[in-house]
Design a binder for this molecule. Sequence first.
Ligand code: FES
Length: 127
Amino acid sequence: MINNNSEWIPIAHSSDLREDEPLAATADGIELVVVQSAGAVHVMYGRCPHRGALMAHGCVCGASLECKAHGWDFSLETGVSRRVPGESLGRFTARTDTATGEVLVSLVELRSWRDDNPQAFSPDEFL
Ligand code: FES
């Protein structure tokens, strides 16, 4: 269980978030997408598992984040695709620091996910 502030890394400020507008972020070298929707902040891996398009260019449709390139969808709550069986987007625990307004993500989860999912796309590539 996470109980140390140093295990959280800031990725955005709550004032940067707009309801249902995906925002790109990077933490510890990992591309992310941040979505504020229905009172919650969701943080997921920032590249689509199909062909690597930036999920920050996608749109929120209902309770899912949809890739703009070919329409793959991922649940904001679970990261699992409803339309494409077996596909999902990495999802990370996030919280907002009420004192500073910073949106923080679990560094432990990010590093664990990266160990299991070597990144196939360079942050310098636009897809
Ligand atoms: S790159 Fe996202 S659906 Fe094809």
